[in-house]
Design a protein around this ligand. Structure first.
Ligand code: NFS
Length: 654
């Protein structure tokens, strides 16, 4: 086994993660002399100027460093103020995040085209009902048309999401009317993603847009081109090609690995390779080959976002979130970890080497030095999948080191698509968001929160996610989840109907009536667009205002780390949602740009940003916002009435 140098200062593993399985593996890694991200994260001391975004390195006259404690004392060599510098930096994070999601969305659209053209034979259009509904939602007339014809028209229309140089992106037709009108007034309706990202990169170049107010418009437009563009395409077309999720029971955490099986983990973001792998592991030829090597079978599990999608669609077990991808390899039980794009840490390569695990990259966009690259081609998936399976089976046959799998799993229900939420609440013949709105208006449900996003080794893994969600449901806030946050709560046992006992009386009553958990898992990070569609449906159902900004809703990414998370945050804020980020944001307090993000956007009719580190403080900020919206809607009194319990009633009548 290759050894690495152990970290100097060792904090107990249980201080670095709430996840007992991950803590067990962190301890084992330390015993084995292997450094993983959870220790690297705590050992890293970030630059105090960079962490607040008070430095600019967009040209080589600098890098220019301003003092975050006295931000207006100095300007950059070109004269850039702290507000210009911070908005440029923030804008480039949004551009990168939006580019990632749009690139993913574009790949999914290309796969869809491959099916239509007949070039891709191993995937097909699975959900024709959704295909037609989606086409109708953007104004395509489907009357008397064959499915293939509708699919072709849908492709032609959706392709504009990326290539439009003028006009409005197709999915803006799904935005509530008054929200769209507000975007038009502010000049932020996205045209095409490629144009928006290109323009934002250009405007953040040295000597271009140097008024944070004006630059902010392009930042918003580029973020909206993510949420209402590439991300939404990824979700909707994945549903059409692979199936729309509906509630499915699935196990999470490292106990899903099986010592006597060939274990293959798929980790990444694009569902096509994972779907092909699922077909491959059920191939008798490979099952027999695994048995010949002494295995009882082949065990396929997911991690991170594509894992969350496969869990939602097919109940594939999930081994953990972003913060556990290196730790899981320490089990020694992973015969192959197969990755594609996004959130794949380079550190996996050295950890995999230490445990003789195959780390296999499959996407032409994302190679890793030291990993094995086997390219996945959608026109010939078998080539990659067969090679991966052969390698994983061979590795099982030569496993030489002891295996230690934490025996920890938690069952939960995943796969609440926005279509299913509508059906669950309203029934098959009158599926509708009206019952949800009614329960909000009568106060049983105080409001709705989206709690999403990454884990970050700067803080104890899962801790902010779990404490925050606990407090929200206790206060009758229904929680919608995606991505790594969903996995944090699933591991903690909140994604089961029985968790209703942890909710406030009103929310618990609704959960018990419907038979749903108080925390609904919607899938991967691109599936945050399901929350946008649910919020739009709530506006359209009536009774809760005319724009998304009127709704008693709030969002949070408690342990965020990626540029994609910033893009998501900005598109939620731009869509009208109060969005709080845990850990902190790279913005200097007391500056004009800080004030713009935290107050100014709301005055323009958008949502607004917030930040805090303590989960209870975050919860109170979100609840205060929900209550403010309830008051503005005139439904605050209704809620006060429902809070009167039986003993209060007896006192009132005495
Ligand atoms: Ni989204 Fe964060 Fe990554 Fe998924 Fe997980 S880390 S921004 S939740 S896997 S994309």
């Amino acid at each position: 086994m290759a050894k690495e140098i152990i970290t100097k200062k060792q904090v107990p593993a249980s201080d670095r993660t709430m996840c007992d399985a991950t803590a067990q593996m962190l301890e084992k890694a330390r015993r084995d002399g292997v450094i993983i991200d959870l220790d690297r994260g705590y050992d890293m001391k970030p630059c105090p100027i960079g962490v607040q975004s008070a430095c600019c390195k967009h040209c080589f006259m600098g890098p220019c460093r301003l003092n975050p404690r006295d931000p207006y004392k100095k300007v950059g060599v070109c004269g850039a103020t702290i507000d210009t510098i911070m908005s440029r930096n923030f804008g480039r994070m949004v551009a990168a995040g939006s580019a990632s999601h749009n690139d993913h969305g574009m790949n999914i659209l290309e796969l869809f085209k491959g099916i239509i053209d007949g070039k891709v034979k191993d995937f097909k259009i699975k959900n024709t009902f959704k295909l037609e509904e989606l086409a109708k939602s953007i104004g395509i007339d489907i009357e008397d048309k064959e499915i293939l014809e509708v699919a072709k028209e849908l492709y032609t229309e959706l392709e504009k999401t990326f290539s439009n140089v003028e006009g409005e992106m197709p999915f803006t037709k799904r935005v509530p009317k008054e929200t769209l009108e507000q975007w038009r007034r502010e000049g932020v309706v996205p045209r095409g993603a490629m144009r928006e990202i290109m323009e934002l990169m250009s405007r953040t170049h040295i000597g271009c847009d140097q008024d944070y107010n004006n630059l902010s418009k392009q930042i918003t437009r580029t973020a909206l081109a993510d949420g209402w563009g590439g991300s939404m395409i990824a979700t909707e077309l994945s549903d059409i090609m692979f199936g729309t999720p509906s509630p499915t029971l699935a196990d999470v955490n490292m106990g899903v690995l099986k010592e006597d099986h060939v274990n293959i983990i798929v980790h990444g973001h694009e569902p096509a390779m994972f779907e092909a792998m699922l077909a491959g592991v059920n191939d008798k030829f490979f099952i027999d080959a695994a048995k010949e090597k002494g295995a009882k079978g082949i065990n396929l599990v997911g991690m991170c976002c594509s894992g969350a999608e496969m869990m939602s669609r097919h109940g594939v077990p999930h081994a953990g979130s972003f913060g556990s991808t290196e730790a899981v390899i320490v089990t020694g039980a992973v015969d192959a970890m197969v990755v594609d794009i996004q959130c794949i840490k380079q550190g996996l390569a050295s950890v995999a080497k230490c445990y003789d695990t195959y780390l296999i990259t499959t996407n032409p966009r994302a190679h890793i030095e030291g990993a094995t690259h086997i390219e996945f081609e959608e026109t010939n998936p078998g080539k990659c999948i067969d090679d991966v399976l052969s390698k994983a089976i061979a590795r099982f046959g030569t496993r030489s080191m002891p295996v230690e799998i934490p025996q920890i799993t938690q069952s939960g229900i995943h796969g609440f698509s926005h279509e299913y939420i509508e059906y669950m609440l309203g029934g098959v013949y009158r599926g509708s968001y009206t019952p949800l709105n009614d329960n909000i208006i009568n106060g049983r449900i105080r409001g709705v929160a989206g709690v999403v996003g990454c884990t970050n080794p700067k803080v104890k893994q899962d801790s902010i996610h779990i404490e925050l969600v606990k407090e929200l449901i206790k206060n009758d806030v229904l929680v919608l989840q995606t991505g790594c946050s969903q996995i944090s709560l699933a591991k903690a046992g909140f994604l089961v109907p029985e968790a209703a006992c942890l909710a406030g009386d009103g929310l618990a009553e609704v959960c018990e009536t419907v038979g749903m958990p108080p925390v609904l898992g919607l899938g991967s990070c691109v599936d945050n667009t399901r929350i946008l569609i649910a919020a739009s449906a709530m506006v359209k159902a009536g009774g809760l205002g005319n724009t998304i900004a009127d709704l008693p809703v709030a969002g949070c990414a408690p342990e965020w780390m990626s540029e994609k998370a910033i893009a998501i945050g900005q598109y939620f804020v731009a869509s009208g949602v109060y969005t709080v980020f845990g850990i902190g944001l790279p913005i200097v307090k007391g500056t004009k740009y800080y004030d713009y993000l935290f107050n100014g956007m709301e005055k323009q009719g958008f949502g607004k940003w917030g930040t805090a580190s303590d989960p209870h403080e975050i919860a109170q900020m979100m609840i205060a916002h929900i209550d403010k919206k309830r008051k503005q809607l005139g439904i605050d009194k209704a809620r006060e009435r429902t809070l009167v319990d039986m003993s209060d009633r007896r006192q009132l009548t005495a």
